[in-house]
Design a protein around this ligand. Sequence first.
Ligand code: SF4
Ligand code: SF4
Length: 328
Amino acid sequence: MAAKNPHRPFTPDPEFLEALPDVKGNDINGLGEAEVRRPRMVWWAPDPDQIVHAEAQRWFYQHETDDKRLMAERAKRREVLERPVPDVAETAVGRAPEDWTAALSQFVESGDCEMTGVTRMRPEWVYQHHETDYETVIMLGVQHDYDELKSAPDVVCGTEVTRQYVRAASAAKVVAGWLREQGWDAQPVTGPMVGEILMIPPALECGFGELGKHGSLINKEFGSAFRLGAVLTNAPFATTPKREFGVDEFCQNCRVCEDACPPFAITPEKHTVRGAEKWYVDFDKCIPFFAETSGCAICIAVCPWSRPGVGLNLAAKLARRAESRADA
Ligand code: SF4
Ligand code: SF4
């Protein structure tokens, strides 16, 4: 039997409910839509007035804990975002596609990030309010400190999440700068504020992992304990392969995040969203608890794959099981 959820029953703050628009976030996200279409911004708008959830997004920032360490990380993020990127050098350095992709490992070695991957841009990843001529997406992953993440929904976790967004933004700027200095145009994409593209779909394509029932990525080594940054470019990188290791089936039989989610935003079945059948978190159920706790993150913290040392063993066990099924 699942342990009692300490955050249930959850009753949303009436003031936050008052700040929500009449339009459902799930409708903006395309829940139930069979046609593929480009995404629309629902939350994390760089300028809240760009979205119908403007008042609710402002409420999030007005009501968060006035924690010194959290505020210090926010200040660092602003500083990183304001950091200029170098001009694009006049002469473009030539390299074989595989060599460009291999060269990305220097940013893992230097500690700027823990993962890199490359995939080709797809139109359905680009937000409706943006256009892009970039054909390649470089994905970057930065790992969470699990001990801090597991305090979710405490502000210690919120601070750690912000800290990793700072690292992801900084890594995206460093990689974009590296390319620009070699004569290739490149643009950093930094979270959590919405940029040009969705980040989870290209991260799935470039091999960072699979989508979990909690709507976040699951990586073999880091579970869901990581954040994303990206760089858009036309430099001729080779792509990295998509990787599947049994998460989808594992999630069918696990309900840890469903049981842990205070407002029951995680469901046991997949949904159709903008033409794709996939795991989807109910935005309208999630957002009140998310806003009242400055970012929640319970679902990624409780996911068994996020616990250090668990993912690789779990993936090996699933691979053995798949092999013995194939042999039978
Ligand atoms: S972030 Fe949202 S979906 Fe995840 S546990 Fe919190 S309320 Fe639930
Ligand atoms: S907690 Fe379980 S069901 Fe939820 S995403 Fe992780 S593995 Fe999947």
